[in-house]
Design a protein around this ligand. Structure first.
Ligand code: XMP
Length: 520
């Protein structure tokens, strides 16, 4: 298996050693947003590996442990001899202190939330920072004795050693979290560290990513053929577009229409392919094959299994026609591959059901993962830079089994029609009122029950549509979207008036957990 972890030699890296903080990913994202490539590794990355990676700076993240506890995650103090600038954040500061001769103990007052940071001495880290500024704290331990050869740069009421610096070496420790939005000037602190102290230039842009990835793809692939499944979603669309830019007609893209798509979706994908990766695009109309297999199936997991297996068979048939293929593209993203304390090891967290319909494992193809360095928002930016339209790069996630898991109970053409119409009205209204981009996912669900209603003077006994809209950062947890009543009102009115067979609309107000985003 080959991947794209090797960076072009000129690429600057800020290495983040992870000690298990819930904010570690946020640090990486913030630094990347400032234009410098940043990567997370576990705290126990060997020193030789750190030297090999040749970072311009190292960040020691926060973490839930106490440095003085027996099982605390530690690092070799030799890291301080490498002359690489180091920034310890929260636990990172305590670790520096612990390893360099200071003392850390339990704080009398645990500090969570806002604190006022007061500067005591000038330093490059404080360039452009107000003498007194709001920072965000989250710690139960604090420094009681400063390590040798350090000076205090700033303090808060409860943390007398809130920002400290080595007198000669570029080693900094800060107790607050510059990466969270509540630290008012957090980005300036990070900017000062990476540009002034680490001397980075800010070369990490969508354009430079595309350039270096295109080049490495060409080198790796040579004149072999590459297969890529597209789902119409952001990741596979961007991956296909990027691969096409790199290798043109050596790329074969396959889109399997499983008959469980939303209104116009198949046509939209075809249109995108025509415009952005027009050669060797195969549209496989497999709707009838899927629907036949799903007839009378109501159990959600059976639906998923049937759809997954059918997808693999259909995909294999299509791939065979494409001839001799060596590589398969997967749209894996960075959060799936981070080897860190917080995510407990590499790729353990990959959820198979998040891949494009689950791809065949026994096809004996080498995997190319052109997006494995990127966070989701970076994938969107790369997509934009590659010219993909906004409705593709800004798209909500859509599950592989499609409408099958939003159509509770039996899957029939008639019921699919009802669901598609209702869903389209909801999505159109979200776009019209500018709420689409403010929700993580939004969709209609067709319930397996009828309810009594009255239309004109007639009693009706018809379908119920549930509307689901959530806000989320990563789909692991989610909250129901507080959509305006007027919007819900319009949607409910339009659905009951325009979609024949629906006489009731309800809005789902459950969060995840305990519910899930999808209903099945
Ligand atoms: P849940 O419903 O588990 O969903 O809160 C979390 C995220 O995963 C998507 N999802 C799926 N994606 N195949 C997929 O490709 C599936 O079987 C599947 N089930 C849920 C869901 O839409 C949400 O984004």
């Amino acid at each position: 298996m080959s991947t794209f972890t090797e960076k072009a030699p000129e690429q600057e890296l800020i290495l983040i050693l992870d000690f298990g903080s819930q904010y570690t990913q946020l640090i990486a994202r913030r630094i990347r947003e400032l234009g410098v490539y940043s990567e997370i590794r576990s705290y126990n990355t060997p020193l030789e590996e750190i030297v090999r990676l040749n970072p311009k700076g190292v960040v020691l993240s926060g973490g839930p442990s106490s440095v003085y506890a027996g099982n605390a995650p530690l690092i070799s103090p030799d890291i301080f001899k490498l002359s690489i600038p180091i920034l310890g954040i929260c636990y990172g500061l305590q670790l520096i202190t612990h390893l360099l001769g200071g003392k850390v103990g339990k704080a009398d007052h645990r500090e969570y939330g806002y604190a006022e940071l007061n500067r005591l001495a000038d330093d490059a880290l404080f360039s452009g920072i107000d003498p007194s500024t709001a920072v965000w704290m989250s710690h139960g331990d604090k420094l009681t004795v400063m390590p040798d050869d350090f000076t205090i740069l700033a303090r808060t009421k409860n943390s007398p050693y809130c920002v400290i610096k080595h007198q000669e070496l570029p080693i900094y420790g800060i107790q607050f979290h510059p990466e969270v939005a509540h630290t008012k000037q957090g980005n300036i602190f990070l900017k000062n560290f990476i540009f002034d102290i680490c001397a980075c230039h800010g070369l990490w842009t969508s354009r430079s990513f595309i350039e270096h990835t295109v080049q490495s793809i060409r080198e790796q692939v040579g004149d072999e053929k590459v297969l890529c499944a597209v789902s119409g979603g952001v990741d596979s669309s961007v991956a296909a577009r990027l691969m096409y830019k790199a290798i043109g007609k050596q790329l074969i893209t396959i889109f399997v229409d499983n008959g469980l798509l939303r209104e116009n979706e198949g046509e939209e994908v075809r249109e995108m392919a025509r415009a952005h990766f027009p050669e060797n695009f195969q549209y496989v109309d497999a709707g009838p094959r899927f629907l036949e297999k799903l007839r009378e199936v109501t159990d959600p997991e059976r639906k998923r299994k049937i759809i997954g297996e059918t997808f693999i068979r259909v995909f294999e048939d299509a791939a065979k026609k494409a001839g001799d293929i060596k590589y398969l593209v997967q749209g894996t993203l960075y959060p799936d591959v981070i080897e860190s304390v917080s995510t407990k090891g590499p790729s353990a967290v990959i959820k198979t059901h998040h891949n494009v319909g689950g791809l065949p494992e026994d096809m004996d193809l080498e995997i190319i993962e052109p997006l494995r360095e990127l966070f989701k928002d970076e994938v969107r930016n790369v997509g934009k830079e590659l010219g993909l339209p906004d409705h593709v790069v800004g798209r909500h996630p859509f599950p592989g089994p499609g409408l099958a898991v939003r159509l509770l109970g039996n899957i029939t053409e008639d019921r699919l029609r009802v669901l598609r119409k209702a869903d389209k009205i909801f999505i159109d209204e979200l776009h019209r009122t500018d709420h689409y981009n403010r929700t993580w996912q939004a969709f209609a669900v067709l319930l397996p029950i009828n309810s009594v209603g009255v239309m004109g003077d007639e009693r009706t006994y018809e379908n119920v549509i549930a509307l689901r809209a959530v806000t989320s950062r990563d789909a692991m947890t989610a909250d129901w979207a507080k959509l305006p009543h007027s919007l819900l009102d319009t949607v409910a009115n339009r659905i009951t008036n325009e979609v024949k067979g629906v006489n009731r609309v309800v809005y789902d107000i459950s969060s995840k957990p305990p519910s899930t985003i999808e209903w099945e």
